[in-house]
Design a binder for this molecule. Structure first.
Ligand code: DGL
Length: 288
């Protein structure tokens, strides 16, 4: 793709695996004129039990790879990486000539949950890394200090989801176990603090009960991306009817990602290119 002006550049999106496709899906629906490049760090999946230091290093390596592909905006479609690395990523990306903005998933979901709750009790399901970071507690307290947050770490849920279809009894039992404390606490709103979890949303809604509002970050994040593109004059110049392209990179074996991703994105994936991002910070390609 010949890249001319910043407006014509793609938006970079990344996650540890297929979970971020729930965010990409919203972006493709809400911003059809834009081009996207999605990177799945499947070689180092899962992120949910990793340390903040590791997640910062991985995120910076991926950011470098995506900058090499001339992205105009970076979307961190992973809560674990957002919670650990958002400020570091923002600082590094602002050093580039273009000054690339970085949007993460924690804040849009937290703000949306505070607006949605009626009884002031919000639940959070997330990876251990995200719960331990305190990122949601901070974001929700900043939006409304009087909202109670009940946090449930779900250590094995991402791996079970990434294991793919068919979802069997083990998935049902695991999801039920993590929903139990939230039912007991009487929350009326639950934030899915991991981008993999919307992939089991029907199961979650059934087990949490029909009166509980489930918040996934994809839709509010896509709105935030639209606002950033507008305010920074970065929106694509394609006509209203023109559709952008999207492409995929992954650090592990492309085939399982392509097969599972096609099911989860509910759109064709096309080719997936394998990349090694581990050298990106040391191979003499400075941040542009
Ligand atoms: N989907 C990611 C998140 O939102 C990563 C989960 C994982 O790799 O454990 O946290």
């Amino acid at each position: 793709m010949a890249v001319s002006t910043p407006r014509d550049r793609p938006i970079g999106v990344f996650d540890s695996g297929v979970g971020g496709l729930t965010v990409l899906h919203e972006l493709l629906v809400q911003l059809p004129q834009e081009d996207f490049v999605y990177l799945a760090d499947t070689a180092r999946f899962p992120y949910g039990e990793r340390s903040a230091d590791e997640l910062q290093r991985f995120s910076l390596e991926i950011a470098e790879e995506l900058l090499r592909r001339q992205v105009k905006l970076l979307v961190v479609a992973c809560n674990s990486a957002t919670a650990a690395a958002l400020p570091v990523l923002q600082e590094r990306m602002m050093q580039t000539t273009l000054g690339v903005d970085v949007i993460g998933v924690v804040r849009p979901g937290a703000v949306h949950a505070v607006a949605a709750t009626r009884n002031g009790r919000v639940g959070l399901m997330a990876t251990t890394a995200t719960v331990d970071s305190g990122a949601y507690a901070e974001a929700i307290a900043a939006a409304d200090p009087h909202v109670d947050l009940v946090q449930v770490p779900c250590p094995d849920l991402t791996e079970i989801i990434e294991g793919g279809f068919p979802f069997d009894q083990r998935v049902v039992d695991t999801v039920r176990r993590y929903c139990a404390p939230l039912r007991e606490a009487g929350v009326d709103t639950v934030v899915l603090g991991c981008t993999h979890y919307p992939l089991v949303r029907p199961m979650l809604q059934r087990m949490l009960g029909p009166g509980v509002t489930i918040i996934a970050s994809g839709a509010p994040l896509a709105r935030q991306v639209a606002h950033v593109l507008g305010s920074r004059s970065l929106a694509s110049t394609r006509s209203d009817t023109g559709e952008g392209d999207y492409s995929f990179l992954c650090t592990g074996d492309p085939e399982p990602f392509r097969a599972m991703g096609t099911r989860f994105l509910q759109m064709p994936l096309g080719g997936v290119t394998q990349v090694d991002v581990t050298q990106s910070l040391t191979n003499g390609s400075p941040l542009r």
